[in-house]
Write a protein that binds this ligand. Structure first.
Ligand code: RUB
Length: 344
């Protein structure tokens, strides 16, 4: 059975603690929006769609926590909770998308009881829809993959990065479900190791043929024809087709171009940011300790200067197609992305 990353149960949020994987599969239960903010910040939950739905669940908890008697008072409380949740991680656009959607619903309701009811229902619906969207996206993407393909993926864009099924891994799942044989190569994804800790765990758990490689072996794998397609997720996609994803994605895409290997991105429409320009995008810089050690073990000298960006940008000319629930966008992306949204 595929893992359920997060869910709403008995007015609380239950999620897998992804910091404990792959050693233990542990679930945590939250009833306070501040706990959800901490969970996003510390990577208990991570991955663009998963933090979008977590943000929505966080606001639903806030609506239940507040003892406001008047609509304005409750909206103010929610605005404050939204700010706390929004400031946790800056790069994935899905967080803002999830928070905005809940605030819109809250503002449309008339009474505090109606607000509470509608935000909880909307957040639950967003979680259910996430799985459905990933399944449609997976089916659309599976048509690009052939029997006996070996596919490389980076970071974790799987069930663990979403509510369930996954985006890039959703495409891989749907390809297998359509009866095609598929092998997967997973990069370790330093420094936080989402590839080895999460993707390798998830694919092995679900019975896939999977090999793990160090990030530094990507060139070797491509030069020796051990892979014939790439699929990754995304944290934000601009209207021009610029893709922001886990650090290292850009060098994989560049290397794929050098070796004529198709490079695909899989993401739901909620990952697109059609308004922002490149200069508006904030690349999250994370703590130096992620680079100066592995787990509790120090692997660098004390006091060393560290540059630790969590994401990079892959330009559209390196991307063969962007797979969504509404179809696959192909270059030129300004036109094809616009059409995907018109079909909505
Ligand atoms: C996650 C990351 C993933 C995308 C996947 O980074 O870069 O590739 O979020 O998203 P982090 P999607 O672990 O730092 O959150 O599932 O939409 O493809």
């Amino acid at each position: 059975m595929t893992l359920k990353t997060l869910e709403w149960k008995n007015n609380s949020v239950i999620m897998i603690d992804q910091t404990k994987l792959p050693n233990t599969l542990e679930f945590v239960t939250y009833t306070d929006f501040n706990q959800i903010a901490d969970a996003i910040r510390t990577l208990v939950v991570r991955g663009a769609p998963a933090i979008g739905v977590s943000g929505a669940f966080g606001l639903a908890l806030a609506a239940l926590q507040s003892d406001a008697k008047e609509k304005d008072e409750l909206i103010n409380y929610l605005e404050n909770a939204k700010k706390v949740l929004f400031e946790t991680r800056p790069t994935a656009v899905n967080l803002a998308w999830g928070l905005q959607k809940i605030m819109q619903v809250a503002k449309m309701a008339d009474t505090v009881d109606e607000i509470r009811k509608s935000v909880v229902e909307t957040a639950k619906k967003m979680a259910d829809e996430d799985v459905q969207i990933n399944m449609s996206l997976g089916k659309n993407g599976s048509e690009l993959f052939n029997d006996n393909d070996t596919v490389l993926t980076h970071c974790n864009a799987g069930a663990l990065a979403t509510v369930g099924y996954g985006t890039a891994l959703g495409v891989i799942r749907a390809t297998k479900e359509s009866g095609k044989n598929i092998k997967v190569i997973v990069t370790e994804t330093r420094p936080v190791q989402q590839g080895s800790r999460l993707t390798a765990f998830e694919l092995k758990h679900d019975g896939f043929a999977v090999s793990l490689i160090p990030d530094t072996a990507v060139g070797y794998i491509m030069a020796n024809k051990l892979v014939n397609k790439i699929v990754v997720g995304a944290d934000r996609i601009l209207r021009t087709g610029r893709v922001y994803n886990k650090i290292g994605t850009y060098q994989i895409a560049t290397m794929a171009k050098q070796h004529n290997i198709p490079f695909y991105v899989a993401a739901p429409l909620s990952t697109f940011d059609l308004k922002s320009n490149p200069e508006d995008i904030i690349i999250e810089q994370r703590d130096s300790s992620e680079v100066t050690g592995i787990g509790d073990k120090k692997t660098a000298p004390d006091g060393i200067d560290v540059i630790n960006p969590a994401f990079d940008m892959t330009p559209p000319e390196l991307i063969s197609g962007i797979i969504t629930e509404n179809g696959v966008a192909k270059p030129p992306y300004e036109d094809s992305i616009k059409k995907l949204f018109e079909a909505n």
